[in-house]
Design a protein around this ligand. Structure first.
Ligand code: V47
Ligand code: SF4
Length: 359
């Protein structure tokens, strides 16, 4: 084993910053022995930060419409207007779901379309804030912010100001994909470039809007590209400081996709562990059950993750791409999943503050 890898694990286990060389040495974790050493270092790191606590939020994902013509190759969620799985939600349905379920957080993202243009989304946020003053509204990816700006003639800065003023609390981490120009050209060249995604998040941070970050992996990307993505995020966070959570998204191959199988559970756990060790300045790491599967999600808590996202209600992006997980989980199931993995569940709010400790 290389001395650099050894040193990376030693520093990572103590929550110290890895040098770029140490970060890239994590790629050596390919033999069972090294993998388990990496996992142990990530567990030590998360225990230093959070003990054995694992959080979830009572949330609802709301996707107003899935109509989108961006043509990202990996996406099974988007539909053309007349496709059989195209749908459009009306405001009344959205308000009704929130009224019935009273979630702590609403996570709102849709596709790029003219049925739900910027003005309608802005009114939705304003109306949600009026009707549900305590709801944590996490809404619109950087890709949507760029699209709203382009289609409304406003600047991205104005769009963010208006959304914040209307009631937006935070931005989700979608649309980052993986910071690789090679993959950008192949898979999502009609939407936001990696550097623009980072720029829009930093713009949000400067306005006091906290955001999440994601990384899509297992669709033809390489380990050096993954480590590069993590280092770019770490550098951005050093500058603007507004990322609160990182969520690695294992690719769901769906029907007729270009990669037959998504990442194995062990690969997903390895990505979680490497993320925990490299992202010393992003507080939270999410093991996202709709895409990892329930068993891997729970195991992720031992590989660096401290959060399981939430109950979600009705998840569409992973499920339209063939994910075999349930479409939503009850609070009891979140608690059971956490306890079965040997961790202590706690319900949190949208800003990661603990609402209820569960013994
Ligand atoms: O940007 C699309 C990804 C993202 C597939 O911020 C796919 O709390 C896997 O960002 N296989 C949207 N992934 C979801 C997202 C998210 C999810 C949960 C929590 C948060 C948060 C953010 O889903 C897209 C894209 O990278 N995606 N298709 C697929 N076939
Ligand atoms: Fe549209 Fe987003 Fe799907 Fe790309 S990932 S096709 S932008 S909905």
């Amino acid at each position: 084993m290389s001395a650099v890898f050894d040193q990376a694990l030693e520093k990572g286990a103590c929550c110290e910053r890895l040098s770029p060389e140490e970060a890239f040495s994590l790629i050596e974790a390919v033999t069972p022995d090294r993998l388990h050493q990496l996992g142990a270092a990530a567990l030590a790191n998360r225990r230093k930060r959070f003990g054995l606590r694992a959080t979830y939020v009572f949330n609802l994902q709301i996707n107003p419409a899935n109509i989108c013509g961006s043509g990202c190759t990996f996406c099974n969620y988007a539909a053309s207007r007349n496709a059989p799985h195209a749908y459009v939600l009306e405001e009344a349905e959205i308000f009704d779901r929130i009224e019935r379920l009273c979630p702590t957080e609403a996570h709102i993202v849709g596709g790029l379309n003219t049925i739900w243009p910027y003005a309608r989304n802005l009114s939705l946020v304003r109306e949600l804030r009026r009707k549900f003053p305590d709801l944590h509204i996490k809404c619109y990816t950087a890709v949507e912010i760029a699209y709203f700006a382009k289609t409304s003639g406003l600047s991205e800065s104005d769009v963010l100001d208006q959304l914040k003023d209307a009631g937006m609390d935070a931005m989700p981490g979608g649309g980052a994909e993986i910071f690789s120009d090679r993959l950008y050209q192949q898979h999502w060249k009609n939407k936001t470039r990696p550097e623009d995604w980072v720029r829009i998040h930093q713009l949000a941070h400067a306005k006091g809007i906290v955001t999440n970050a994601t990384m899509l992996f297992g669709f033809g990307d390489t380990w050096p590209e993954r480590i590069t993505h993590l280092l770019i995020l770490r550098q951005a966070q050093d500058q603007s400081g507004g990322f609160s959570c990182f969520i690695p998204l294992p690719f769901q191959p769906g029907a007729g996709h270009f990669v037959e199988k998504g990442p194995t559970p062990l690969e997903t756990l390895t990505v979680l562990a490497a993320s925990r060790l490299i992202l010393d300045n992003i507080p939270h790491l999410k093991s996202y059950w709709p895409m990892t599967g329930l068993a891997t999600c729970a195991a992720g808590l031992s590989w660096g993750a401290d959060d399981l996202d939430g109950t979600i209600g009705k998840e569409r992006i992973a499920h339209l791409a063939g994910a075999a997980t349930p479409v939503g989980l009850a609070r009891e199931k979140m608690i059971e999943l956490t306890q079965m993995a040997g961790f202590i569940p706690a319900e949190r709010d949208g800003a990661f503050a603990i609402r209820e400790k569960i013994s």
